[in-house]
Structures are given as C-alpha cells and as structure tokens.
Design a protein around this ligand. Sequence first.
Ligand SMILES: Cc1cc2nc3c(=O)[nH]c(=O)nc-3n(C[C@H](O)[C@H](O)[C@H](O)COP(=O)(O)OP(=O)(O)OC[C@H]3O[C@@H](n4cnc5c(N)ncnc54)[C@H](O)[C@@H]3O)c2cc1C
Length: 483
Amino acid sequence: MPMPAEHILHRLADIVGPEHVSVATVDRITHSFDATQRQCLPDVVVHPGDTGEISRIVRLANEERIPILPRGAGSGFTGGSLPVRGGIVLVLTRMNRILEIDTDNLIAVVEPGVVTGRLQREVERLGLFYPPDPASKDFSTLGGNIAECAGGPRCVKYGVTRDYVLGLTVVTPTGNVIRTGGRTMKNVVGYDLTRLFVGSEGTLGIVTQIILRLLPKPEARKTMLVAFAAIDGAAQAVSAIIRGRIIPATLEFMDGAAIDCVRRATDLDLPPDCRAVLIIEVDGDRALLDGQARKILDIIRPLGVLETRVAETAGESEAIWQVRRSVSPSLRALNPHKFNEDIVVPRSRVPEMIRALEALSTRYGVPIVNFGHAGDGNIHVNVMVDLNQPGMDATVHQVLDEIFRTVVGLGGSVSGEHGIGTAKAPYIGMELDPPTLAAMRAVKQALDPNNIMNPGKIFPENGTTAAAGEADPAADPSASDHG
Ligand SMILES: Cc1cc2nc3c(=O)[nH]c(=O)nc-3n(C[C@H](O)[C@H](O)[C@H](O)COP(=O)(O)OP(=O)(O)OC[C@H]3O[C@@H](n4cnc5c(N)ncnc54)[C@H](O)[C@@H]3O)c2cc1C
C-alpha cells in the first residue's frame, strides 16, 4: 500500500491523538519484524487507548480497504504480526491495565497489552495462579498469547491459554464491538466464539478485553533433573510416568545435540556420557510432593538413568531451570539462522518422532537439535542449516517437508503453540483437508469480507496448499521460524 493519504492520517490522529500516530521511519522499522527475523514495513504505527478508538480505526480501515494488524510485543515465531501488505500496525501496549482480580470468583479481567508475567506475579500475591507460561512471559502480552493460544512447560498438567479464557471483548473487522463468553465457568448460549478467537492469530478481530480463569496457587513444587545415557530412555520415561498415573506440572526434555550446544556455550555440569535430560517438576500439597517425586524416580530408574538431582531449595530449582532456559540462547548463539519448528505428536509417539528426526539428520547431513515439552508431545525441532552452503535452501525445504509429513503421519500437528502466520502457511494443507480449510476460509470471509484484518496469514497466498507429501515448491523456507 502506498503511504496513507493525508486525510487518513488526520482521521487517525483525530481518533487517538496525534502523539499516538507515527509515520516516522524509526517507528515503522521498530514495528516491522517479529522473532522470525523477517521484516515488512508498515505504513503507519498507531497506539490506541481503548476499545472505542479501536472500533473507529477499524471502521476507517474497512472503508478505505487498508490492511490493519494488531500487535502486542512482536515476539511471535511465525510472522503473525508482520505487515506483509503494509497498512496500519495497531500496537496494543498502551492498553496494559489489570482491571480486576476477583478472588471470590477466581477470575481476572485485563486489557490485551498486559505482559503475562506481570499478571502472574499480581495474582500470586493473592494466593492465586495463572498457569500458561510461555518462555516469553516476561515480555509477551496476553493479547498475543490469546491470538496464538500460547503454551509453555506447564501445559502438560494445566493446559494451554485457551483453557483459561472465559470471555473476550473483540472489535470485528467491520468495526463492531462484540462480547463473547462471560464471567461464569458455565455458558452454553450460542456458538462458542471465545474459542474461535483464541488462536485466530489476529485475523478475525482485535481482542480489547479479556476475562481469564484463575486457580488457587499450588502450595509447593519440587524440581528434578534426570540425566540419561540415551534419548530412547528419556522418551520411554515420559510414557512410563504418564502410564504410572502421574501428571507432573512440567516434563521437559533436551536431546544429546541440545546438551552439546549448551555445553559449548556454558559450563554445564552433567555426566560426560549424558545424551538426554528430563526436567520434571511436580506441584501441589507439600505433604504429597516427596511421595510423587519418589514414585517418578522409581518408575524411570531402570531406563538408563545416569544421575538424578532433586532441588531442595528455590535456588537449586532455579539452577535446574537455568539449564533448560539456556538451550534457546545457546542454539541461537551457535546459529542465528536456524529453523525452529514447533511440532507436536501424541506423547506416546515421541520416541518414534525423535528416531525419525535422527534419521533425517543423518540422511541430509544437517544437524537437528531437539528440546521441548515432552510431557505433551510438543518438540522444538531446530534445523541447524548453514544457508551459505550451496543448495542448502532446497535441502531445508526437503527436510522441513519430511518433518511435517512424519508429524502428520504420527497423528500430530505442524504447530503446537507458535501458530501458522506466514511461516507455516505453505504446510497447512498437509494437516487440514480441503473441506476443513474451506470452512475456515468461510469463517474468515464472513467476519472480514474485505480481508483487511491481518491479511496474508494462515492461508497460503496463492490459494493452494501442500497436501501431505507435496510441499508447495514456491514456499519460501526463509519465511520459516528462525527462533
Ligand atoms: C524467546 C521466546 C520464547 C518463546 N517461548 C514461547 C513458549 O514457550 N510458548 C509459546 O507458545 N510461545 C513462545 N514464544 C512465541 C511468542 O512469545 C508467543 O506467540 C506470544 O504469544 C506472542 O505474544 P506477543 O505479545 O509478542 O504477540 P505478537 O508477536 O505481537 O503477535 C502475535 C500474533 O497475535 C496477534 N495479536 C497480538 N495482539 C492481539 C490482540 N490484542 N488481538 C488480536 N490479535 C492480536 C498478532 O496480529 C499476531 O498475529 C516465544 C517467543 C520468544 C521470542
């Protein structure tokens, strides 16, 4: 889109105040990228202050057919907040009030720009708990979490963002303000639009107010790090724990390649022959935790355990989590251009998936490093390509194509928590059949007849999608997630 006409800039300034509208190059560049490291310049950056302003801006954009993009912290991993067709970027960070924490009904009412970690700290002060915990919780916003249905380590026990959203206020692409759900646990009046908007990646409307469900804060937690001689033992341990009827709060894993990367970047202290790590945390009543931890360790001991560390203090627990948190930065330091995929398979199929990834790595001669949320089958697969090598673009294509095909074949999904955005759009047809995709397009068309709301996302641009085993040859691997 060419730079918006003067009259449009004037109308935007009338709505939000001139100080909240910018066409300055510096502001456009600052809002031109997300964690994919791709960049698309918006035409204008607007910081609205409330639902009414957003409604008026969206009406204007719809009349003038200007693309409009909701944006939180811009930490998305799949290009969701990139203005691929220019237009207005609507930054929600001014709307950052926690409006209410209702301790009788265990709910919080918040604006979309609230940073997730801030809400967690506020509710925990009152003995309450908001479980969804993306690793980005100290900077990502609740609006962005809802748009992506963010997950995190605690999902294995507590579920994902959608499980905590009771109601929403949304400005639709025609500028109407609608309210979905409400403040009650039960509500079956009409279609469940709340669930429709959660995970819709800013393509169906702009979330301007959120009602969240809270839990009582668990009394205590116990963190354990278990070192294994082989990835197979760790993968079997995951299934054995769940079969043992224990659902830990977190069940994270790192494979041998991830351990090697962390060793290179930090002074990680693990047995030299350690080729896999599980980080297991149980939470709940203090009196029950020791028993649960013992039961888990008894179950997994025969599976090639080299060493077990059980944190006795908050400091020791933090030291264990530091190992897990150092994986992403260590990988990025080694290879800033790696491809970080976010696959998920039924958790009983994790061992097969890991074996398939190892086989692909050997066959294509490309290092593949895996870590993530083994407890819910969500594996962060890092394809460590060197794009300077001749032919590597095509190789990446083939590797990603085979990874996604394997995932779908195992009954899994190409994205567990990062969404589709632009990065995974070419692959969506591997998982969703044409009638299902057509139903989704019909929803988009009904709510956004002029396709102004975050256009160019989720659905492949050329109207075709790769069916299983036929990745779109036009797909741009550089559009993949470089997290
Ligand atoms: C280091 C790092 C670690 C991460 N770890 C995790 C993790 O553990 N789990 C996980 O799930 N994700 C993780 N992410 C990805 C990312 O943080 C999440 O997707 C997060 O939910 C995005 O929030 P945001 O505020 O940055 O949204 P943005 O990136 O600004 O936007 C993401 C999408 O949401 C839409 N959107 C934003 N606000 C609204 C709104 N108010 N209404 C409608 N649509 C809106 C945008 O249009 C876009 O499509 C991580 C990212 C990084 C960089």
